[in-house]
Design a protein around this ligand. Structure first.
Ligand code: SAJ
Length: 404
């Protein structure tokens, strides 16, 4: 695909917007489509509505080059990329099932403008069979079309490092047939320096889910060790650093739980697809989801020493140095402490968006000065540099092990 293509990207979030901008800076004519009118307006002004290092510069240059525009509805194009959310349904705590309604809706919005030989790529992390479902919807809505290429190319970028990983990571491209996969590979070649590996769409879907499940299971192991160590009075961080000196051991870091819209979600898609044979993946989810409750019990036990303690919660984001609050265990813990009546709760999140209004936020200096109990929930750089002398008089619950 040497010539510039006309490309529509549906969904201008953490994946769609960087991808659309990257394609635009490589000379393609890109139209970004989103249902959020405010996001569309912001992007058309060359600005961004999400926080990600250097994304503002990329979007600005893409919009100013004339190659990136945003709109509420799609237009005819050569390629359509779907990058919409695939959450799970909250109807059952024991078994969470995937919700692919945004993918179905996005597919339906492009159907009227699809043309012969177009390529449709699903980037959203999806349960096995979703790409085939996209093809099915297109066949139902547009029986007049003879040939449409459909492929799954799951995104694998790490929030906080998206622009680099978008270029250097290897990509898996799974086609509903071989020509679809080959066409999709040509497109990714225009900005991807990593290897682009072809497979079928179902294997590509499962590969992405398995990557995140692998991480979840490994974090669950670390989190379980933190409970074992607490029970035995052993420092888990020291334990892990010692065990990791073995050449074939690489234990991850325990924390207050697993957050974000990927690792806490995707393993459920695997469990839901094969419930009888996935006890390990399901248990890992439960271990990680149980960690916030454990942290709260720790705080409650420490609070007993005080009449009305001031409890400082440091960090709300789901991980270090980002503003993203989705499925964040730190936010969950802070909310529950605020509601729990154990004492006065002071929350601090240096990366908070200015629109955050759920409860008051305090600056780090105030929290460090006033708190009797400090609960470190996110390993932001701002917290790593805290003067250890300021912690001496406090009860410290460091869920990330940054002050050890
Ligand atoms: N976490 C720990 N301990 C660790 C590592 C992470 O408690 O040792 C926690 C983090 O604090 C956070 C959560 O896990 O709450 C997830 O963070 P993460 O950095 O592991 O991953 P995400 O969700 O930011 O991005 C993941 C990545 N997947 C893998 O590394 C396998 C990324 O490559 C995917 O593209 C992304 O999910 C996605 O969109 O699916």
């Amino acid at each position: 695909m040497k010539q510039p293509q006309k490309i529509v990207v549906v969904g201008l979030g953490y994946i769609g917007l960087p991808t659309a901008s990257m394609l635009a800076t490589k000379g393609h004519q890109v139209l970004g489509v989103d249902v959020n009118a405010k996001a569309v307006e912001t992007i058309n002004q060359g600005r961004i509505h999400i926080v990600e290092p250097d994304l503002d510069i990329l979007v600005k240059s893409a919009v100013h080059s004339g190659n990136l525009r945003a709109a509420l509805v799609p237009e005819p194009a050569d390629v359509f990329i779907l990058a919409v959310p695939t959450p799970f349904r909250h109807d059952d705590d024991e078994m969470k099932t995937p919700d692919i309604s945004y993918v179905e809706a996005a597919t339906e919005t492009i159907c009227p403008v699809l043309g012969e030989e177009n390529l449709v790529i699903l980037e959203s992390t999806s349960p096995v069979g979703t790409t085939e479902r996209v093809r099915e919807i297109i066949a139902e809505k547009r029986p007049d079309l003879q040939k449409i290429h459909v492929a799954h190319c799951p995104e694998r970028v790490l929030p906080g490092n998206i622009l680099r990983e978008l270029v250097v990571n290897d990509r898996i491209v799974g086609g509903v047939d071989r020509p679809s996969a080959e066409r999709a590979r040509e497109l990714y070649k225009s900005f991807c320096s990593g290897e682009i590996v072809l497979t079928d769409s179902r294997t590509a879907e499962l590969a992405k889910l398995v990557e995140n499940s692998f991480r979840d299971v490994n974090i669950a192991f670390a989190n379980e060790l933190s409970l074992v160590c607490d029970h035995l009075g052993i420092n888990v961080w020291e334990l892990i650093s010692l065990a990791n000196r073995h050449p074939r051991v690489n234990i991850l870091n325990p924390g207050p739980g697993v957050g974000g819209h990927c690792i806490a979600v995707d393993p459920w898609f695997v469990v839901a697809s094969a419930p009888q044979v996935t006890p390990l993946i399901r248990t890992a989810r439960q271990v990680n989801d149980g960690k916030p409750e454990w942290v709260i019990r720790k705080v409650a036990a420490k609070a007993e020493r005080f009449k009305k303690p001031v409890i400082g919660c440091l960090g709300l984001a789901f991980k270090a140095n980002i503003d993203d609050l989705r499925e964040s265990p730190a936010l969950d813990i802070t909310r529950r402490l605020l509601a729990g009546g154990l004492g006065e709760v002071l929350a601090c999140e240096p990366h908070a968006d200015e629109t955050f209004a759920e409860f008051p936020l305090h600056d780090l200096g105030t929290v460090l000065k006033r708190a009797d109990i400090l609960v470190l929930l996110v390993d932001h750089d701002e917290f790593k540099g805290v003067d250890r002398d300021l912690l001496k008089e406090k009860v410290v619950i460091d869920t990330r092990g940054i002050w050890r």
